[in-house]
Design a binder for this molecule. Structure first.
Ligand code: FAD
Ligand code: 2HG
Ligand code: ZN
Length: 452
């Protein structure tokens, strides 16, 4: 990218917002895990949809590839410039409207964090239902691009279910603006739904209209220790059939809990370790604790239970789950496999996958945790080289052989682009390529991601 392009970009966004200093760029060319590291000539920070359109226009005319970037918490190497692309940051797209109480909706810029939306909703007595550990840094734009899931999917759905509309600049330069928040609106193709989960390959999201839900008045959180993984998975299926009140059901294993406690200096949750733990949360208008206690008491293989209803003790239980990602990163740069299995195949998958990893990487460590309520387990493997592709090939192939999906919620990114066809038919991939060609004909948006 020559100085002429930098000048043109500066004319669009102002020279203060075209960052070329390598020190300032450093944090934007490597992903959160440290596995994916690239380089970039510049990061551009447009402050409005019109400026995003201007940047894309410059890029199209000069055939400059770009990577949209929000909080850079993505887990699949999709938000970093691995092939020297320009970085388009949403840092300045931070407008935030008031909560619309009548509609229970809010409109925010793409660079607003998920946590900021949660707090705005809470201040209005409502709730933004998407939640996950990176809430403080992850942006609404990034969460839409990845269709982020998180801990409340089983009750409220993922990001797509909260998305009433978007504003976005497509690779063609067309601006899509659907922020009216109409709940019923079947006028043509549902472009917000298409952009959600498109991983920055079709357009740059600049703003979104989001659904808010009622805030729970009474919440109970429990950490339930089980004798086996199978018991834990079975209990969650049973509870889900018995009640609609579960907000979250997360699984962690003994080794992960031990690692989190040792890394952050927390006490172990119980005096004896359990093979598997389910962190389960339920909420209702009336205190759900009693109903919930009955369900736990009826489960097979329960060894230990800790219950919390006040915010501080609930948070203390959540940290054993939320801090897995950070703790694992202290062990080494992980290979991450974010996969879903049919619920009936989940326990066997969790028992078998460490052996599958050991077949190809005998000294690796396999960590398992995740959103057991929706069949989504995070397989993290440490002790292997970042480019050990044979491991990815083996694990992802194993997932598909058990009827699973190679991406539950993080997306394909660059990490799994080579294996897309393991999980999607030729016709499916061909339809996706046709959409990509139509909406990004110059191929400037995240060229290494998803359909590389
Ligand atoms: P980035 O990492 O900056 O980008 C992610 C992708 O979106 C890239 O492909 C990028 O090009 C694209 N993109 C970013 N902004 C835009 C935009 N405005 N327009 C178009 N494309 C864009 N994810 C889950 O789904 N569930 C979880 O439970 C979860 N927990 C996490 C916990 C931790 C501790 C961490 C570090 C990550 C976790 N993640 C989780 C992954 C990550 O936080 C999400 O994928 C999040 O949605 C990414 O948001 P971001 O703003 O950081 O996006
Ligand atoms: C989570 O559920 C995130 O904590 C991150 O999706 C998963 O670190 C991971 O593999
Ligand atoms: Zn997750």
């Amino acid at each position: 990218m020559g100085p002429g392009v930098v000048r043109e970009l500066a004319e669009v966004v102002g020279s203060a917002h075209v960052v070329t200093d390598p020190e300032l760029l450093a944090a934007h060319v490597v992903d959160w895990t440290g596995r994916f590291r690239g380089h970039s000539p510049a990061m551009v920070r447009p402050g409005s949809t019109a400026e995003v359109a201007g940047v894309l226009d410059v890029c199209r005319r000069h055939q400059v590839a770009l990577v949209p970037q929000g909080g850079n918490t993505g887990m699949v190497g999709g938000g970093v410039p691995l092939a020297g692309e320009l970085v388009l940051s949403s840092q300045r797209l931070t407008s935030a409207g008031d909560v619309d109480l009548a509609a229970r909706q809010i409109t925010v810029g793409a660079g607003v964090s998920v946590e900021t939306v949660q707090l705005a909703a809470a201040a209005a007595g409502l709730r933004y239902a998407v939640d996950f550990g990176a809430r403080g840094s992850a942006t609404i734009g990034g969460s839409i691009a990845t269709n982020a899931g998180g801990i409340n999917v089983l009750r409220h759905g993922g990001t797509r279910e909260q998305l009433l509309g978007v504003e976005a600049v497509l690779g063609t330069g067309d601006v899509v603006s659907r922020l009216s928040g109409l709940v019923k609106d079947n006028t043509g193709y549902h472009l917000p739904g298409l952009l959600c989960g498109s991983e920055g390959t079709l357009g740059v999201v600049t703003a979104a209209r989001l659904r808010l839900v009622e805030a729970p008045s009474q919440v109970v959180t429990a950490l339930v220790g089980f004798a086996t993984i199978d018991d834990a998975v079975t209990a969650v299926s049973t509870w889900r059939r018995a009640t609609d009140l579960l907000d979250a059901a997360e699984i962690v294993l003994a080794a992960g809990v031990q690692l989190v406690a040792a890394t952050f200096g927390y006490p172990l949750p119980f005096d004896r370790p359990c093979a598997a733990y389910v962190l389960v949360e339920a909420s209702d208008h009336d205190d759900p604790t009693e109903r919930f206690a009955e369900l736990v008491a009826g489960a097979v293989g329960v060894e230990q239970v800790a219950v919390a209803t006040d915010a501080a003790r609930r948070a203390a239980l959540w940290r054993y789950r939320d801090e897995h990602t950070a703790a694992i990163n202290t062990v080494g740069v992980p290979h991450k496999f974010d996969v879903t299995l049919p619920i009936g195949a989940l326990a066997a998958f969790m028992a078998d996958v460490p052996h599958v990893v050991a077949e190809v990487e005998p000294t690796a460590i396999t960590w398992l945790f995740g959103h057991v309520g929706d069949g989504n387990v995070h397989v993290n493997v440490t002790g292997v080289a970042p480019d050990a592709d044979h491991l990815d090939e083996r694990v992802l192939g194993f997932v598909v052989s058990r009827g699973g999906s190679i991406s539950a919620e993080h997306g394909i990114g660059t990490a799994k682009a080579r294996w897309l066809s393991l999980d999607r038919s030729a016709g499916d991939v061909s339809a996706m390529r046709a959409i990509k060609r139509a909406l990004d004909p110059a191929g400037i948006l995240n060229p290494g991601v998803l359909l590389a």
